[in-house]
Write a protein that binds this ligand. Structure first.
Ligand code: NAI
Length: 403
């Protein structure tokens, strides 16, 4: 029964507001844990006087509002975590470590911990920071947030602009019994998105296509002369054929790694849902794409991408690309580098992935790949499996560190 479930939402941003509002409205006891600055204090001040409203925009229907009052907002893990059946991280992946460390000692063994989104390496980090408890709890990592959403008034109002039709997540079941993962989460969200369980957590890492944003950035700015431009170029609709080819090559590298996993562990890691990126687009955006013939047109005629531009910063005389965007700062260390680590373990060369990481790290002033090896000084800020001592496929699959 939803009423008997305790959910702890970790975070204080747009996704946390939307999730807290929707789940509370379904009768779930929602506790919000936010460790960021004075967010808990600010949200509490609002919560004492106001309810939390979620404005939901759905296709071709007038917006509707749901209003509810989450049970608690706190900065104290000891207050929020004990008795929580489900803990959902709804923060950027770079912040997960702070939350794992803060909650570790309070997590019960029958807990379900969810990354919404989880992003690549969520499971490695969870296993590392929860220690022995990690084999008891269950974990799920979803490919994205269920909604496009923005906080309108902090603690009081959040707007959902769009809800995904489907959302896939991987599940690693622990030894202890938890609430039924998918069914419980579906209750929090309502009918949409329809949650699906992917076949294997490595499949989710590969299928996160974390190369898409960095490759599009590379395609646009690799020959940039450093001068300000008059306006932000279109992001997806502005790609050229060469960028589409690079995207395809990165996708081929993903498929090669998936095949190598399957070959090395045919009965332990089901990779049967790993898809070529063009097929993924056709399946996920079939109603939005005008010309599906090839990858280039599947992106440039995709209605869902209309008007989306490159992240830019203001500069005297115009605008410059923002190399500090999450498209690079999250997708490279919490995506491409994790995939690169996996490729290393399997012995599969991924030269295009390497080229994009090397370009991106230089733009961000970071160092992950040096001389073709993952031993740059910033590797500690990534979630590549080797960082946690998972250096063989067996260690990655079982969670038992390589000796
Ligand atoms: P947000 O930008 O609204 O949330 C940021 C929150 O993260 C802050 O309010 C704070 O609670 C926490 N945070 C940030 N820096 C921190 C730090 N140094 N220490 C502790 N906490 C910190 O993010 P949002 O929109 O809630 O998104 C969450 C994740 O979902 C992100 O990875 C985002 O890329 C992804 N996402 C968001 C979508 C959206 O429409 N909002 C759509 C698809 C994905």
């Amino acid at each position: 029964m939803p009423g008997s479930i305790v959910l702890c939402v970790c975070g204080g941003g747009s996704g946390a507001h939307a999730l807290a509002g929707l789940a509370t409205q379904k009768g779930v006891e929602v506790r919000i844990l936010t460790l960021f600055e004075d967010e808990a204090k600010k949200w509490n001040r609002v919560l004492q006087k106001e309810e939390l409203t979620v404005v939901i925009n759905e296709n071709n229907r007038p917006p509707r509002e749901v209003t509810s009052k989450p049970k608690m907002v706190t900065k104290d893990p000891e207050e929020a975590i004990p008795e929580s059946d489900v803990i959902i991280f709804t923060v950027p992946a770079s912040v997960h470590e702070i939350y794992f460390k803060a909650i570790a000692e309070h997590v019960g063994k029958r807990t379900l911990i969810v990354g919404l989104p989880g992003q690549a390496g969520f499971e490695f980090q969870c296993r590392d920071l929860l220690g022995e408890k990690a084999s008891l709890i269950s974990m799920m990592s979803f490919e994205s947030l269920p909604w496009e959403c923005r906080v309108k008034e902090f603690g009081k109002r959040v707007e959902i602009f769009g809800t995904k039709m489907y959302l896939s997540g991987s599940l690693i079941r622990g030894k202890s019994v938890t609430k039924p993962p998918l069914m419980t989460l579906q209750k929090f969200l309502g009918f949409q998105p329809i949650l699906r369980q992917s076949k294997h957590f490595l499949e989710t890492i590969i299928m996160s296509y974390s190369f898409v944003h960095p490759v599009i950035f590379y395609g646009k700015w690799k020959d940039w002369d450093g001068k300000a431009v008059a306006e932000a170029p279109l992001f997806y609709h502005g790609i050229d054929e060469a960028t589409a080819e690079l995207l395809q090559k990165c996708s081929d590298e993903c498929t090669a790694v998936a095949s190598a996993i399957l070959e090395a562990a045919p009965t332990k890691a089901n990779m049967s849902d790993v898809k070529d990126i063009h097929h993924w687009y056709m399946e996920n955006y079939k109603n939005e794409i005008a010309e599906t013939g090839d990858l280039f047109h599947s992106i440039t005629t995709n209605k869902a991408y209309e008007g989306l531009t490159h992240p830019m910063t203001e500069s005297s005389g115009g605008m410059k690309p923002d190399f500090n965007t999450r498209y690079l700062t999250e997708d490279i260390p919490m995506g491409m580098v994790v995939f690169r680590g996996l490729a290393d373990v399997l012995g599969v060369p991924v030269p295009i992935t390497d080229m994009i990481i090397e370009w991106g790290q230089e733009k961000m002033g970071k160092e992950y790949l040096v001389g073709g090896k993952l031993n740059g000084k910033d590797i500690e800020f990534t979630r590549c499996p080797q960082k946690y001592g998972f250096s063989t496929l067996d260690a990655i699959l079982t969670g038992e560190k390589s000796t």
